[in-house]
Design a protein around this ligand. Structure first.
Ligand code: GUN
Length: 292
């Protein structure tokens, strides 16, 4: 049987560690780390994500400041708010929930966030730092994937890693993190030919295609480690709904270890957002001390 990598337990441990760090910073500086979360419009999934992010911040002692803007918000109104948050020394992280309404360019908005406050790690400066292995804030889901892998893999050097999906949020940054650890990395996408045979070469599989049960048991090499980022709600016969990953989990008993859905990558994403916020606050404190 494949070992189940328990993302919920790992996320709890990381959140507890983050809460202790938050307390430490708050006592030391007199200011709690602050995260501004901006939600534009009323996308129901985004509302759920933002509510969860704010609730977890509160639990960890991070001061969360939620900004809800209407669907009709203009790009310049949003850019003005970001400029104000960039200038606010009590705000250490700024997160704009995606997707944005059509009249707003996500690239323009992400460019406007101060890279030092970019707790999502989406700003081109942080993307550049990740690609050159020179620090910066790392996107939350990829960071969570690496922590889950670290719990079962000691030496990455020379392992074959296959990343399914080339998104800016998951696929590309995960591939860069695996490359930094000297894996031989293959990134596949919608136009890839012979996906099953490529996955069969993998010691590490990271599935982030958003395609339920795409990865079948006979695609997975015995002893491989499988991280399932996919999470799709499907409706079963009878109308009941269920969350399904990109991997047919019941078919990969021959893997060394795998993450379940739910309870794998999902909980780690928010835990990493909180830890990125603390990192941003600590970096801010260091910069202030150096300038004094
Ligand atoms: N929408 C879907 N995933 C994300 C994420 O990781 N961050 C933000 N800001 N929006 C998202």
């Amino acid at each position: 049987m494949a070992a189940v990598i328990d993302g919920s337990a790992m996320a709890r441990a990381l959140q507890d560690r983050t809460a202790r760090e938050v307390e430490d910073i708050t006592v030391r500086t007199g200011i709690a780390p602050g995260l501004a979360v901006i939600l534009v419009g009323d996308d129901p999934a985004s509302e759920v994500y933002v509510r969860r992010k704010v609730a977890e911040c509160d639990r960890a002692g991070i001061r969360s400041i939620k900004h809800r803007l209407p669907e009709t918000t203009t790009q310049s109104e949003l850019l003005d708010l970001i400029a104000a948050l960039n200038a606010d020394t009590g705000v250490h992280g700024v997160l704009v929930q995606l997707p944005l309404p059509h009249q707003i360019s996500p690239a323009r908005v992400l460019d406007a966030i101060d890279p030092a406050k970019d707790v999502d790690g989406f700003h081109p400066v942080n993307v550049g730092r990740l690609s050159t292995g020179t620090g910066g804030l790392v996107p939350c889901t990829p960071l969570g994937c690496m922590m889950l892998l670290d719990s079962v893999i000691e030496t990455y050097r020379g392992l074959n890693a296959v990343v399914i999906g080339k998104s800016n949020i998951v696929g590309k940054p995960v591939a860069l993190l695996l490359l930094e650890r000297e894996c031989t990395v293959t990134v596949t996408h919608i136009a890839t030919r012979g996906l099953a045979d490529i996955v069969r070469t993998a010691d590490i599989v990271v599935a982030a295609a958003g395609s339920p049960r795409l990865v079948r048991g006979d695609w997975v090499k015995p002893g491989a480690v499988v991280i399932d980022v996919g999470i799709t709600r499907i409706t079963e016969k009878g109308g009941r709904t269920r969350l399904v990953g990109d991997v047919a989990f019941d078919e990969i008993g021959h893997a060394r270890a795998a993450t379940p859905v739910p309870g794998g990558v999902g909980p780690m994403t928010i835990a990493c957002l909180l830890s990125n916020t603390v990192r941003a606050a600590v970096n801010h404190e260091r910069t202030e001390t150096a300038a004094a």
